[in-house]
Write a protein that binds this ligand. Structure first.
Ligand code: ATP
Length: 237
């Protein structure tokens, strides 16, 4: 967080993610659909928050706004003191690459690249040399227990292994915020337990904030707190 710390008033009070009055209205259909309605959420550095809610309640919509993949109809998302509203498209892309890690159930690893190359890619995009990027990628792969499989392409890995590679890729840039959508979906219990243990270690050793969307109540219970999304608002569970 060093670069953000120096320019961030919000990080002084330890709030890493600050959503204020976040509203998203879809206007494409015959009727406007208000999915998020003046939603507030604060997540501290090093804190893990689970978001649960029924299908269609707006969890993906929320994650997309938090990750700067979509723009709100109202309100704002502030990460480490930086309002995403203040960033144009190119700056938003760089900010995302630098400060936000994404882990989705369908991990979108690039099939033609090895696991190590997939993990190194966000650093290469950021302008790091290939050597620096690959060295750091190897460290992250080691951390998720995947170092011996770094030379394999995604098609040669199991679902759980691919998910661990995706987590390494999300963390390789030392993000301030990690957004996870069903990170243990499709995984067997042992692999899911491994991933939970890894998240515990990360939360204890970095000041990264986590927002974890899940239907899995045991995964939710494992986070520091759980919020339920309902009718466009979050409330504590
Ligand atoms: N681009 C869009 N245009 C119009 N409506 C949309 C759009 N994206 C999502 N919606 C609607 O917004 C609501 C919330 O969708 P969202 O995908 O955020 O829910 P969710 O909680 O992630 O659901 P699930 O758990 O089933 O994945 C749904 O009614 C959905 O149909």
């Amino acid at each position: 967080m060093s670069e953000l710390d120096s320019r961030s008033p919000a990080s002084g009070d330890n709030i890493m993610l600050d959503c204020r009055q976040l509203t998203r209205i879809y206007s494409e259909g015959p009727q406007d659909l208000t999915v998020l309605d003046h939603l507030d959420l604060q997540v501290r550095a090093g804190e893990r928050v689970a978001v649960v809610g029924s299908s269609g309640s707006g969890k993906t919509t929320l994650l997309n706004l938090l990750g700067g993949l979509d723009r709100p109809s109202g309100g704002e998302v502030i990460i480490g003191g930086q309002s995403l509203a203040g960033l144009g498209e190119a700056a938003l892309g760089s900010f995302r690459n630098r400060y936000i890690g994404f882990v989705y159930q369908f991990h979108h690893l690039l099939a033609e690249f090895t696991a190590a190359e997939n993990v190194a890619l966000p650093l290469i995009i950021r302008g790091q040399t290939r050597k620096v990027a690959v060295d750091k990628a190897q460290k992250l792969l080691d951390r998720v227990g995947m170092a011996p499989r770094g030379a394999h392409k995604p098609g040669e890995l199991s679902g759980g292994e691919r998910q661990r590679v995706a987590i390494a890729r999300a963390l390789v840039t030392d993000p301030s915020l990690v957004l996870m959508d069903e990170p243990t979906g499709n995984l067997d219990q042992d692999t899911a337990a491994n991933i939970l243990a890894m998240m515990d270690e990360l939360a204890a050793t970095t000041d990264c904030a986590f927002v974890v969307v899940t239907h899995d109540m045991s995964l939710a219970a494992h986070q520091d707190r759980t919020m339920r999304l309902d009718r466009g608002q979050l409330s504590a569970v």
